[in-house]
Ligand binder design. Structure first.
Ligand code: FES
Length: 87
């Protein structure tokens, strides 16, 4: 599990191992645009402010994965205990 902090909203949410970030966001009433929810389309693309994403998508390039500045919260998770997103 890890914590997602939503920088614009100033809230922190715990993401358990069996849930996607977007599920946790929805439960907290935070709606973000999604489409495929399989890491393919890039609709949910979100900026990472702090922390290390664990990329599970097929959308971003290897370079973008390495830079860690963007992530797809529909399928990707965090390697770090805290992930700060621009949401
Ligand atoms: Fe398509 Fe996340 S909704 S990549």
């Amino acid at each position: 599990e890890f914590v997602v902090r939503l920088a614009k909203r100033g809230i922190e949410l715990l993401v358990p191992p069996d849930k996607a970030i977007i599920d946790v966001l929805r439960e907290a009433g935070v709606e973000i645009k999604t489409s495929c929810e399989q890491g393919v389309c890039g609709t949910c693309l979100t900026q990472v402010i702090e922390g290390e994403p664990e990329h599970n998508d097929l959308y971003l390039s290897d370079e973008e994965h390495e830079s860690g500045r963007l992530m797809t919260p529909c399928v990707s998770r965090a390697r770090s205990k805290l992930l700060v997103l621009d949401l």
